[in-house]
Design a protein around this ligand. Structure first.
Ligand SMILES: [Zn+2]
Length: 91
């Protein structure tokens, strides 16, 4: 099974049972799926996560850079406003 990068919902979830890393850590669950009756359907020796591809890592990095740029833009804006306020209060 291959997941396209569009499958954002599948990221960080076990490929077998669909639990997130946080859930597994919190509840110390083992890797299995259950039937409607609550019986164990399939079991795996360990959880399996999709390794990030180079493309996904690059996309994440680009997102982070974009976020930093936006944050810096906001900081610049606030500083500019403060400067203007000071100038206005002097006149
Ligand atoms: Zn699992």
């Amino acid at each position: 099974m291959t997941l396209s990068p569009k499958d954002k919902g599948g990221e960080g979830k076990c490929l077998h049972c669909g639990q997130t890393r946080e859930e597994i850590k919190k509840y110390k669950t083992f890797c299995a799926t259950v039937t409607y009756e609550g019986e164990t359907d399939c079991e795996w020796p360990r959880h399996r996560f999709k390794p990030y591809t180079a493309k996904e890592l690059a996309a994440m990095e680009a997102d982070e850079e974009e976020m930093l740029k936006q944050m810096q833009g906001f900081v610049d804006f606030v500083e500019e406003q403060e400067k203007l306020e000071k100038i206005n209060s002097l006149s």
